[in-house]
Design a protein around this ligand. Structure first.
Ligand SMILES: [Zn+2]
Ligand SMILES: [Zn+2]
Length: 359
């Protein structure tokens, strides 16, 4: 991706020089998600174009320099399958990490496929590539037995975001939960909310086939965007004894959804904002009516860390037989057709495109 709004280009890279603790991953699957669309439109500050997109990927370890262990101390061998946390370099020694305990805001943190330049001497550092250089310090994970890479990539990056958002929401057994957005992140939030014991999960979004899918992921009822925005909070109140929902999680991406989320929550309810990862503009709210008087708890949710990644894969391994994550990966594309994959996601034709760089 040479620059915002420029056509994608195919480029050749030299094989990177692997230092101690680094590895070369032969990419089996990567993905195209909504963030890639936003990156292509230049909606995230600080992206060092040109970049090789593809933040969440899975593959086979082709070369390893030195020893790389998983969190349980088991050593990775060449030929092992591995997924990795797309976040690299969280320092663990700055004020943000140590005092504020906001590690996903660590200034040293970089993200594969987003904040590594293709001009970095360590490239390729993104998944839309036949091989990915896993720099020393990258956190690798084996997929548990029974969880195949195709199912994993179908959940992909949305799994980490969804698990973090559900953590932030602190769902209690029996809570009523509204999820705004029925894209990949929203779908996994719906599943995780149900698994967290929500008594009721209401989903809002378009199109209809995604609302149908949301029901299979555990939504009790869904609401389409043909209902005027000002009526959607009433739709929620009708289903929550007139009070509003205990928890509302925004994963829609449209700033207007944030204002609607505030209206849908009950007094002293919790609202988590996870869909505004890129800058999609402003929205007008009335702080008196929508937050202060309601005694509302509003929480942002930025990025994810290794615990979200590790736990999300564990949850998926335990429940993918019952919850249809795998079907979210609607279409596979070889590397040469990546522009078509990005276009299909941009037009909203499919929920998720899987890139198969070595097919
Ligand atoms: Zn730090
Ligand atoms: Zn993503």
């Amino acid at each position: 991706m040479p620059a915002p709004n420029e056509p994608l280009e195919m480029r050749e890279f030299d094989e990177p020089n692997l230092r101690e603790g680094a590895a070369l991953l032969h990419t089996t699957f990567s993905e195209v998600c909504g963030t890639d669309v936003h990156l292509h439109r230049g909606k995230l500050a600080g992206v060092p174009y040109p970049i090789i997109p593809g933040h969440v990927s899975v593959g086979i370890l082709e070369k390893i320099r030195g020893r790389i262990k998983d969190v349980d101390g088991n050593i990775f061998q060449e030929g092992d399958q591995a997924a990795f946390l797309d976040v690299h370099g969280t320092c663990g020694s700055c004020r943000t990490c140590l005092v504020d305990k906001a590690t996903t805001r660590c200034p040293e943190r970089r993200v594969y496929g987003i904040t590594f330049s293709a001009q970095d001497p360590d490239a390729p550092l993104g998944g839309w590539s036949e091989a990915i250089h896993l720099k020393a310090g990258t956190k690798l994970l084996r997929l548990p037995d029974g969880l195949d890479p195709e199912t994993y990539i179908a959940g992909g990056c949305g799994l980490n975001t969804a698990l973090h958002a559900v953590d932030r929401a602190e769902i209690r057994l029996g809570d009523s939960v509204v999820v705004l957005g029925v894209g990949p992140v929203g779908q996994s939030i719906i599943a995780f909310a149900g698994l967290s014991g929500a008594g009721q999960v209401l989903a809002v979004g378009d199109p209809e086939n995604r609302r149908d899918f949301a029901k299979r992921m555990g939504a009790s009822e869904t609401c389409g965007l043909e209902i005027p925005p000002e009526d959607r909070a009433a739709w929620v109140r009708e289903r929550t004894g007139g009070r509003g929902a205990d928890v509302v999680i925004e994963a829609a991406g449209d700033p207007r959804a944030v204002s609607q989320a505030l209206d849908m929550a009950r007094d002293n309810g919790r609202v988590v904002i996870s869909g505004q990862y890129t800058d999609n503009g402003d929205v007008i709210i009335n702080p008196h009516e929508q937050i202060n008087r309601k005694h509302l708890q509003v929480r942002g949710c930025w990025g994810s860390d290794f615990s979200h990644f590790h736990r999300a894969i564990g949850v998926m391994a335990g429940h993918h037989g019952r919850l249809p994550w795998r079907e979210m990966a609607e279409k596979k594309f070889p590397l040469a057709q990546t522009p078509d994959a990005l276009a299909a996601i941009t037009r909203g034709e499919i929920v998720k495109a899987v890139i198969c760089p070595n097919q």
